[in-house]
Design a protein around this ligand. Structure first.
Ligand code: NAD
Length: 264
């Protein structure tokens, strides 16, 4: 399998590291293009082949992952459309850019898949959701599932949910880091050193996430297990609720979703 990337920024590098780390492809089976030579240099450090030509990427690969900022997607697709061939599968990771808007630019019957990944793909703990374009088939679905499985959890959903997925898991690592940092600030305030505090905060989120995913326990029931009557957790949570913890997170996901809709 040969995989091309157009755009060699943060998300392309995250997916590349994940694909290579999970041995899905060898670095030499990847060709990446970008207008920024610094980004290409970073890709070469992973062992990936690079080019300044987006059209070379489409000509020489069957799977092409489009990883440029959303506002550049149309321009890049118009540039590469003449090189799209019968075996091309175009996989876009751009937030908010609809399948219809991409299919309108590409030659008729081009197989397109829209994906919303996230950056923990770097450590094979990503969360990706994909939706198939009108000409993409079951084999494309299997292939995209296999690729994204190598970098974490993957689910297929209808396109109308993609903005909500962006607002939740696409942006989500940013929320997670802020939560880890804030918890660590609390630990430091209470006398732990910064390193200890950050490690404990990160591990507790990792552990809680694994409990939800692996035991399939309801978060509310799992929370109740930790909160003994009159205990420290119940007191802590009461304080967090007074400060609007849940509302802040719900509002954040809603704002991210709305922004994704605006971009599209
Ligand atoms: P980025 O800015 O790090 O990377 C985009 C790259 O595209 C840059 O290296 C830029 O030089 C390159 N580029 C610009 N014009 C180009 C052109 N004409 N031809 C080829 N390359 C060109 O951005 P990113 O964070 O990697 O985001 C890329 C896409 O991934 C976006 O559409 C974004 O919505 C999506 N995405 C990002 C994240 C995330 O957490 N960063 C999560 C989910 C989805």
């Amino acid at each position: 399998m040969k995989v091309g990337f157009i755009g060699a920024g943060l998300m392309a590098q995250a997916l590349c590291r994940g694909f290579i780390g999970s041995a899905l492809v060898r670095p030499t089976q990847i060709l990446a293009s970008d207008v920024n030579r610094g980004k290409l240099r970073a890709m070469r450090e992973l062992g990936v082949e690079t080019t300044l030509s987006n059209t070379d990427v489409v000509r020489d690969n069957e799977i092409v992952i489009l990883a440029v900022k959303p506002y550049i997607v149309g321009k890049v697709l118009r540039e590469v459309a003449p090189m799209v061939h019968k075996n091309s599968l175009i996989v876009s990771v751009a937030a908010g850019i609809t399948l219809a808007s991409m299919e309108n630019i590409l030659p008729p019957k081009t197989r397109v898949v829209r994906v919303m990944p996230n950056t923990p793909a770097i450590v094979q703990s990503g969360a990706s959701v994909y939706t198939l374009g009108t000409s993409a088939n079951g084999e494309d679905s299997d292939l995209v599932t296999e690729m994204l499985n190598c970098v974490g959890l993957v689910e297929q959903m209808p396109e109308y949910l993609m903005d909500a997925v962006t607002g939740l898991s696409g942006n989500g690592p940013a929320y997670g880091y802020v939560i880890i940092q804030a918890l660590a600030d609390g630990g430091v305030k209470m006398g732990l050193n910064r390193d200890q505090s950050t490690r404990l905060a990160a591990q507790l989120l990792l552990g809680s996430a694994k409990m939800v995913l692996e035991t399939k326990g309801h978060p509310e029931a799992l929370k109740d297990q930790v909160c003994s009557p009159g205990g420290t957790s119940a007191h802590a949570l009461h304080q967090m609720e007074k400060a609007g913890l849940r509302s802040a997170l719900i509002d954040g996901v809603e704002a991210g979703t709305k922004r994704s809709k605006e971009i599209g």
